[in-house]
Design a binder for this molecule. Structure first.
Ligand code: THG
Length: 911
């Protein structure tokens, strides 16, 4: 078993599958085989189908890795699920691919196993080509290409195939979206049942700030999976070993699992090739092993059996990494980590130990929020969430329970919208509903680790346990209300009785971690005029103290604003009461509270006489004081106001730039109106301050100071700005000499095999702003479709985008197909791995029309302008430049001689 071997030595994992497959020079027919003659489209590139059509090649690769010394080989199933296979019309064969690949790997591993040196098979599970937590469309941030349940079905089928084929472990790899990963874990746990098949994870960091593609930090990701039974966690792809090392160090310092590393053979160079060799990589891998950072090492893109052969001896006799202890703290996350200690705070540090949960995104708790949701004014509703986070809310509660709303649909929409707002998505959410299907639907939208609000024993143990198991399955923490079959607990005794019973059930029957349980002993309204209500607050506080002492690890929360319902309309008094209540409850261990985060009244601010009176009421010292409370009003104006002063001290240009950088469009309307008066042409506003803002965003992203979801947001704000300027742009177009009536068309596409579209979307916005008609084909667009649409629409330009290395090859393919179709429409090339050199060497030579490489989106209008006005002259310039670059390149290459040539030229010493 892997579980036994991993404690003894550092295990060697295999290297890349795709890179090695390329060595075999397979053609379309090899991929297609006899079986798939009639399937439309291109099959080449679908490596997973080779399990069925060229099993000999796959077996050979398994064998070569085993021979090279791999302890673990992974199945050739990275894309073998129906979501990805749909592109090749092979959904129906997904399961068979897994089963076959696992069987072949099993057979090979068994053949190489000896009692002293067992070999293992890991079932490779990739992220699919769709993401669950990001929108495929910048202008519709709530949209999702795929739901949790759809992905779950696809993964389930894959896992079943792998397990039936005999894998020893499931390796969920190249994780770029934690929600996709959570679905995979959910499916793996269900597919394995009670078989002992460990789950291994491998994450891909994709920006300079060390975040995943979907925007989480490594720590936040660890929190997302912290309640799942994980065997190992590692990093793969995107970076070479050197860039990976700091993150690997962090991982081995904080992750309570075995650690794996499978770096690329360096970063791809401008041609998409890998510069590192087995000889240059080995010392870097040796560092990982020698410094005790890893338990498993292997390779990712660009590595081959020759690499693994060099790695295997490095591990001999070396001590494997010793996993750190699991944190006893509650781990929550949005895009960032929120760690909540389970320790009872001491009197001096209580403030830092309190987690305030924003209460305002609640249709039952805010008339304004209810109205906005009813009107579907989501932009403004999000503003309420954003304001709470700005005001310091560490978590936000979301509740859509209202008789006139479709609570489930609204919960899903709002959580999806939040996911596209990095300022808000930073923090974890508390999903608040009294309907279980609303909570489940909400949990299926969030990539972070959230809190379920709430479960209780009011419908008996069976329902309680079933809900608790659902929460476990979704990897969330939970609020347990002190309710049972007899109803709501209102006394001290009933509160602690229910809490204790629930605690036992959760920790003993369900296996819940105590630190993931939050008890809510019911904050109820006091000073209502009914005597039996007077002890509610003090009993809550006493129950809090008891629970913290007797139910170790568990937390305490409550809906603080409930306390003061009898004083509605007197906000100052309400907030003063809340401050007093929290002051005392926090001292006794209340460490969460659902509150209005913008409250301005603090305990110390309350004048002495008032304080005395309020404490008498809250602590039930003088029940008669309630009457007197009514007389208290504060100087403070309406503290719950959500209006936000805009910083008018900034210049117009700075305000516009800021709006873009922050991705907040609320001031755009006014500022753009002002700009229209100041600038001679509306397009000058776009190319001036707005473009400056976008460039600043690009710069910050490059430096790792902004991460992807923030960039997406800025793109959306840009679009919003353009929409506001649109009427003025239209009007101005009429003035432009002769241009109207002849709108130029540009076709945009992210090429097949690639899902990245931020850059492309920005280009779309900018081109639209410049008066071009944009036809955006989206992501993963096959060459045939590009050719077809280019012809049908008679476009004037084509923009091809791609971020990952294989996209380079695909762009060459698209250019070839366009050429074959007899087209010579100018092509613009952009995206992270693209380069002018690659265009000069590979793309321009296969295409008759002009091909231009663009460094960033700001260049598109200028280049387009030249292409549309003096294309002949421009083409000449480009061709000259490319010819020069090719020549320089070849000269450089020739300085590296072939082996034969080198031998021929050797210095002859003994003639
Ligand atoms: N425990 C748990 N969850 C909860 C509660 C709880 N969720 C909901 C609620 N109680 C906590 N949230 C609020 C939110 C707002 C108010 C009270 C509790 C509130 N709102 C103003 C009012 O009703 O006067 C409305 C003001 C407005 O319309 O703007 O007081 O106890 N687990």
């Amino acid at each position: 078993m892997i579980q036994d071997e991993i404690t003894k030595r550092v295990l060697i994992l295999d290297g890349a599958m795709g890179t090695v497959i390329q060595e075999y020079g397979l053609n379309e027919q090899d991929f297609r085989g006899e079986r798939f003659q009639d399937i439309p489209g291109q099959m080449k590139g679908n490596n997973d189908v080779l399990n069925l059509t060229r099993p000999d090649v796959i077996q050979d690769i398994f064998e070569r890795y085993l021979k090279a010394g791999a302890d673990i080989i992974s199945t050739n199933t990275f894309n073998a699920q129906r979501v990805s296979q749909a592109d090749y019309h092979l959904q129906a064969y997904a399961k068979e691919m897994n089963l076959t690949s696992a069987r072949m790997a099993r057979e090979a591993a068994d053949r190489y196993s000896t009692p002293n040196h067992p070999r293992f098979v890991a079932g490779s599970v990739g992220p699919t080509n769709k993401t669950c937590s990001m929108s495929p469309d910048v202008s519709d941030p709530a949209r999702r290409e795929m739901t949790y349940d759809e992905l779950y079905e696809a993964y389930m089928e894959q896992m079943e195939g792998l397990i039936e084929g005999g894998v020893d472990a499931i390796l969920i790899e190249t994780i770029f979206d934690s929600l996709n990963a959570k679905v995979a874990i959910d499916a793996a746990i269900h597919a394995r049942g009670n078989r002992d098949i460990p789950i291994m994870l491998s994450v891909t960091i994709s920006d300079a700030a060390g975040r995943t593609l979907s925007g989480q930090t490594l720590e936040a990701f660890l929190a997302s999976v912290s309640s799942f039974p994980i065997f190992s966690i590692g990093l793969n792809c995107s970076f070479g070993a050197r860039q990976m090392k700091p993150y690997l160090k962090e991982l081995s310092r904080i992750a309570p699992y075995y650690i794996s590393a499978h770096p690329n053979a360096g970063l791809p160079n401008s041609l998409g090739l890998y510069d590192e060799t087995p000889e240059t990589m080995a010392p870097q891998i040796a560092e990982f092993i020698d410094e005790g950072l890893v338990n498993i090492v292997g390779g990712c893109c660009g590595t081959t059996p020759a690499f693994i052969e060099k790695y295997a001896p490095l591990a001999v006799g070396k001590k494997p990494h010793q996993p750190v202890e699991k944190s006893p703290k509650m781990l929550l996350s949005g895009l960032d980590l929120l760690e909540v200690s389970s320790h009872l705070a001491d009197a001096n540090s209580h403030l830092s130990a309190f987690t305030n949960v924003g209460e305002r995104c609640n249709v039952a708790g805010s008339r304004k929020f209810l109205r906005l949701i009813k009107e579907k004014s989501y932009e403004e509703a999000l503003q309420i969430a954003r304001k709470q986070v700005e005001d310091g809310a560490l978590v936000i509660d979301v509740n859509m329970d209202d008789g006139l709303l479709d609570a489930k649909a609204e919960m899903v929409t709002f959580l999806n919208l939040i996911a596209s707002e990095p300022e808000i998505a930073r923090v974890p959410v508390m999903i608040d509903s009294s309907k279980w299907d609303v909570i489940m639907a909400g949990l299926k939208c969030v990539q972070g680790k959230s809190i379920v609000n709430s479960i209780s024993l009011k419908e008996g143990e069976e329902v309680f346990l079933s809900h608790a198991r659902d929460v476990m399955r979704m990897g969330a923490a939970v609020v347990v209300m002190c309710f049972d079959e007899q109803g709501q607990a209102t006394t001290y005794e009933r509160r602690i009785e229910i809490a204790e019973r629930a605690y036992r059930l959760l920790t003993e029957k369900v296996g819940f971690l105590p630190q993931d349980i939050i008890f809510d002993p019911n904050v109820l309204a006091i000073a209502t005029g009914m005597e039996e209500h007077n002890a509610y607050a003090v009993d809550f506080i006493r129950a809090t103290e008891w629970i913290r002492k007797n139910l170790p690890g568990a937390h305490i929360s409550g809906g603080v604003s409930n306390l003061s319902f009898s004083f509605r309309g007197n906000n100052y008094l309400r907030e003063a009461m809340h401050a007093v209540f929290l002051y005392h409850a926090i001292q006794k261990g209340m460490d969460f509270g659902i509150v209005n985060p913008s409250t301005k009244v603090t305990y110390d601010d309350i004048p002495k006489e008032q304080l005395q009176l309020i404490e008498d009421v809250v602590l039930n010292r003088h029940p008669e004081s309630a009457e007197l409370l009514m007389g208290i009003t504060g100087e403070a104006n309406d503290t719950s106001s959500t209006s936000e002063a805009s910083p008018t001290s900034l210049s117009l240009e700075d305000r516009l730039q800021n709006a873009l950088i922050k991705g907040v469009g609320t001031t755009l309307e006014d500022d753009l109106k002002e700009a229209l008066e100041k600038y001679p042409r509306p397009v000058d506003i776009i190319e001036g301050p707005l473009m400056a803002g976008m460039n600043e965003v690009g710069r910050r992203f490059g430096e790792g100071k902004m991460f992807l979801p923030q960039v997406v947001k800025t793109a959306r704000t840009m679009k919003q700005a353009v929409a506001i300027l649109q009427p003025a742009l239209e009007a101005a177009k009429g003035d432009d000499t002769g241009k109207s009536g002849n709108v130029k068309k540009i076709l945009l596409a992210t090429v097949k095999g690639d899902v990245h579209d931020i850059g492309k979307n920005i280009v779309g916005v900018i081109m639209a702003c410049n008066g071009y008609e944009v036809i955006d084909l989206g992501v993963m667009v096959p060459a045939e479709q590009i050719v077809q649409r280019a012809k049908d629409e008679q476009v004037d330009m084509i923009g091809l985008s791609g971020l990952i290395t294989p996209s380079l090859e695909e762009m060459v393919n698209v250019a070839r197909e366009l050429e074959k179709a007899g087209l010579n429409i100018p092509i613009m090339i952009g995206g992270a791995t693209t380069s002018e050199l690659h265009v000069a060497l590979k793309i321009a030579p296969v295409y008759g029309g002009p091909v231009v490489w663009l460094k960033d989106a700001s260049q598109n209008p200028l280049v387009a302008q030249r292409l549309m006005s003096d294309v002949d002259e421009y083409s000449k310039e480009l061709n000259k430049e490319y010819a020069q670059m090719r020549e320089d390149y070849h000269q450089e290459q020739q300085q590296l001689l072939s082996l034969d040539e080198a031998r021929r030229r050797k210095t002859k010493l003994f003639e």
